[in-house]
Structures are given as structure tokens and as C-alpha cells.
Design a binder for this molecule. Structure first.
Ligand SMILES: Cc1cc2nc3c(=O)[nH]c(=O)nc-3n(C[C@H](O)[C@H](O)[C@H](O)COP(=O)(O)OP(=O)(O)OC[C@H]3O[C@@H](n4cnc5c(N)ncnc54)[C@H](O)[C@@H]3O)c2cc1C
Length: 393
């Protein structure tokens, strides 16, 4: 057990027990990096990783992120053999719907995604209806794609299993121990100050979600990170058969997304349910009635026989936007022994297995061998118009 006192130390301190911190700690342990200690100000899944939709897909609009997702997909699909336990992966496949005005660009994107190795193909209405006869496709839908190997998982099960596996490999955990500041000497980080004392560290990984900006600010790093609240609601449509076999859907026509939930539920996410700069009121479960009506409308625009569906739950989460809407990964400017997995930009659950491995490799060998993360190297984008958040979970 790691004893946290004035003299505590570790070869690597990981800050944050969301999916990114957990995967990084796990891979550090596998690579035999030494004593790895993970501190978390609350408990694992207290942040975005406990509130995420956990859509697992590889259909990104850029090759670098698609490659992270492709490298991660087998981990979710074969979780039991690779990590142990379960991540509750549901191999639902993924339908993506785009509006008429975006159809040409989308067809070109699907061709590019296929060239990157993504298992995706354009689909027609009949093929989409085969996925779910309850689907409603109106004239606003200009094109569709189907990603056969995609799905969704249970993020809390995933984090639990990962924590158990990492702990079994000797990673130590300090829950309820928040990082207050980093300590530096010249161009090296020497430790982490927490409410309980100071931990001397050979290296530090910051994977602290909404807490990252403050931690990095303590050593003068400002990456322009902005929190963005997002709301989801779970409905249980009475008429939905138990074995409806619903696919996961990204609906760009409505700026929304859907995924099946255990017990015949459908989770609905929608961009108008959140906002830039909003901190998600720390998991606020209260939702205004007019917003519920909006989510119901989105649901019944897309599915038959969902009118009057029971609302079974709603929550908010927060992701952290980087200035250019891409995650920030790799060594921090000015400090070679400080690694970042920050600015998740709302899409980093599905890529976490590859990110964790790439960061562990970078720490050990100075470069990531398994997958390239150079495109996400810490960068400062000139502050101008804020990046629009699009539905790209
Ligand atoms: C509603 C919603 C839907 C989403 N849907 C998807 C999706 O379908 N697919 C997908 O890939 N991504 C999705 N995302 C994004 C995804 O959830 C995040 O990218 C991912 O969970 C980020 O993981 P993380 O480990 O960086 O952050 P977090 O899970 O937020 O973990 C950070 C941890 O750091 C801790 N922490 C913070 N400050 C400190 C401190 N000072 N000291 C110690 N610990 C600290 C926090 O308590 C937290 O546990 C969604 C996000 C939301 C909110």
C-alpha cells in the first residue's frame, strides 16, 4: 500500500482516475515502469468517464483520431481476454445520418475512412431499416453510413475492471486525494502537492479532465481549455420489443445521438442540451421540462412507436474542449517528464486504450511506437472564435 506522507514518492504519479488516467496507469504497469501511483480527488468515474455515452466507433473526420480509435476497438471488443472483467460492450453497429446539404462531403469522408481501415460503408434506407424497423428516415436525411464493428459499452464497468487489473499489477491508488499544484525545478517536474502532503515524482501524467487547467496553471501552462456541459436522457419506450436490437446512431440531422441501454432503454444525447463554459452543474440530475420535451421530439422524429416513452433518468457531464477541438496528448511544453492527456474534446473514451499505451511508451522510450500521437502534441491555438462543438461522440 502506498503511504502518503511528506516523504511519499513514486516513479510516476498519474493525476485523475477517469478512463485516460486508468489506461495510462495500466499500460505503465504492463511496461514495467516502476512504482506507479494514481491520485484521484474523488473516485474513479466521478468525471466525464462516469457520464459518457461510451459510443465506441472509429468513424472520425481525421485520420489521426481514427487510428487511435482503430487501435482501441479490439480492446473493447475483447475486453475479457485483454483486461479481465467486462466493459459491457454491445456490438450494435453504428448508423451515421447526415443532412442533405452535407451528403457529398460525407460520401467523400466515408471513402477516406475506408482507406484508413475503418469498417464502414455507405448505406441506403433499406439497409438502415434492416438495422431497426423502427427507424424513421425523412427527407432531411441526405446520406447514411453503417459501421459494422462499432458499438457502445458500460463506462463504469470498464473503469471498474481497469482499476482492478491495474491494482492487481501493483499500481497504487489514492482516492479522495486531489492534486493542488505541481512542483518544478528548472525543466523538470519534481512532485505533486496534494491536500495530504507532497508526493515526489520521477514523472507526472495529468489526466485530470476538468481539473487539468488549474493543475497545469501551477507551472505556468495555459492550453486554453474550456469546459463544455452536455446532457443525456434515458427513455424506455413501452412499445419497444425486448429484443429490438437497436443500433447506435449518430444523427447529424438533429445534432443528436442514440444508444441502447440495458432494460430496453434508449439514451438520447443532444448538443442543445449543453453549453460551452457550463460546468454541467456537477452531474445535475434536474432537467427543465421544456428540455425533456425537446429530447422527446428528437426521439420521436427518429423512431416509430416511442411516443409517451417513460423518462427513466437524465444527467449531465462535462468534457473539456481544446481550442481546436482535438485532444492534447504528449509531453508538456517546457517539461520533458510531464505528460498530458487533457482537452478530451468530448471524444476520448473510445480512444483511451491507445492513448494510454502511447503515453506509457512515450514516458518509457521517448516516443510512441504503437500508434502516432504527434498530431495531438500540446499546442496553443490562437484564441479566436471558439470551436463549435459538433455531435461527434
Ligand atoms: C455526455 C457525454 C457523452 C460522451 N459521449 C462519448 C462517447 O460516446 N464516446 C467517447 O469516446 N467519448 C464520449 N464522451 C467524452 C468522454 O467521456 C471523455 O472524453 C472521457 O471520459 C475523458 O476521460 P478523462 O479520463 O480525460 O476524464 P474524466 O473521466 O473526467 O477523469 C478525470 C478525473 O480527474 C479527476 N480530477 C480532476 N481534478 C483532479 C485533481 N486536481 N486531482 C486529482 N484528481 C482530479 C476527476 O475527479 C476525474 O475523475 C462523452 C462525454 C460526455 C460528458
Amino acid at each position: 500500500m502506498f503511504h502518503h506522507s511528506e516523504t511519499a514518492s513514486a516513479d510516476v504519479v498519474v493525476i485523475g482516475a477517469g478512463i485516460l488516467g486508468l489506461f495510462t496507469a495500466y499500460h505503465l504497469a504492463i511496461l514495467g515502469v516502476g512504482r506507479v501511483h494514481l491520485i484521484e480527488r474523488q473516485v474513479p468515474t466521478a468525471g466525464s468517464s462516469g457520464r459518457t455515452g461510451a459510443l465506441i466507433r472509429s468513424t472520425y473526420d481525421n485520420e489521426a483520431e481514427a487510428r487511435l480509435a482503430l487501435a482501441s476497438l479490439p480492446v473493447f471488443r475483447e475486453w475479457g481476454e485483454r483486461i479481465g472483467g467486462s466493459c459491457g460492450f454491445r456490438p450494435t453497429g453504428l448508423l451515421t445520418l447526415v443532412p442533405r446539404q452535407d451528403a457529398d462531403g460525407f460520401r467523400a469522408l466515408v471513402a477516406a475512412q475506408r482507406s484508413w481501415g475503418v469498417d464502414v460503408a455507405l448505406a441506403d434506407a433499406a439497409q438502415a431499416m434492416e438495422c431497426t424497423p423502427l427507424l424513421r428516415l425523412d427527407e432531411a436525411v441526405g446520406a447514411l453510413s453503417h459501421e459494422a464493428t462499432a458499438g457502445c459499452c458500460d463506462p463504469i464497468l470498464a473503469c471498474r475492471a481497469l482499476h482492478a487489473r491495474a491494482a492487481g499489477m501493483g499500481v497504487t491508488f489514492g482516492f479522495g486525494d486531489g492534486a493542488l499544484a505541481l512542483q518544478a525545478s528548472g525543466d523538470r517536474i519534481t512532485g505533486v502537492r496534494t491536500a495530504q502532503g507532497t508526493i515526489a515524482a520521477g514523472a507526472v501524467v495529468v489526466a485530470a479532465g476538468t481539473g487539468a487547467a488549474t493543475i497545469l496553471g501551477s507551472v505556468g501552462i495555459d492550453l486554453g481549455l474550456v469546459p463544455h456541459g452536455s446532457r443525456v436522457m434515458v427513455f424506455h419506450p413501452w412499445h419497444l420489443p425486448e429484443d429490438a436490437g437497436l443500433p447506435t446512431i449518430i444523427d447529424h440531422v438533429q445534432q443528436a445521438w442514440f444508444r441502447p441501454m440495458p432494460g430496453n432503454g434508449l439514451l438520447v444525447g443532444n448538443e442543445f442540451g449543453g453549453q460551452r463554459g457550463w460546468n454541467g452543474a456537477d452531474g445535475d440530475m434536474e432537467v427543465p421540462a421544456d428540455l425533456v420535451a425537446d429530447y422527446r421530439r428528437v426521439l420521436s422524429n427518429r423512431f416509430d412507436r416511442v411516443d409517451g416513452a417513460a423518462l427513466r433518468g437524465a444527467w449531465s457531464g462535462v468534457f473539456v474542449m481544446s481550442p481546436d477541438g482535438r485532444p492534447i496528448l504528449g509531453p508538456a511544453p517546457g517539461y520533458a517528464n510531464l505528460l498530458l492527456a487533457v482537452g478530451d474534446s468530448g471524444t476520448s473514451f473510445k480512444t483511451a486504450p491507445a492513448i494510454g499505451l502511447a503515453l506509457a511508451e512515450t514516458l518509457l522510450r521517448g516516443r510512441a511506437d504503437s500508434v502516432a500521437i504527434d498530431a495531438f502534441a500540446p499546442r496553443l491555438v490562437p484564441k479566436g472564435d471558439p470551436v463549435a462543438v459538433t455531435v461527434s461522440r
